[in-house]
Design a protein. Sequence first.
Length: 63
Amino acid sequence: MDLSQARWRKSSYSGGANDCVELADLGVHVAVRDSKALERGPLILGRSAVAMLVAAVACGEPG
């Protein structure tokens, strides 16, 4: 999947730090990557999986 035109976003809570999770909206899917380990490449997840991940993190559920 070509992500060269992907628009990566990170939380405003990151305060400009470069050690956070970034997301790119790909339509049906969402790309998720670690900004401090770009060489690992992103995970491509369905929108529902990302919604569940965000909800779990917001609730403080362990990984």
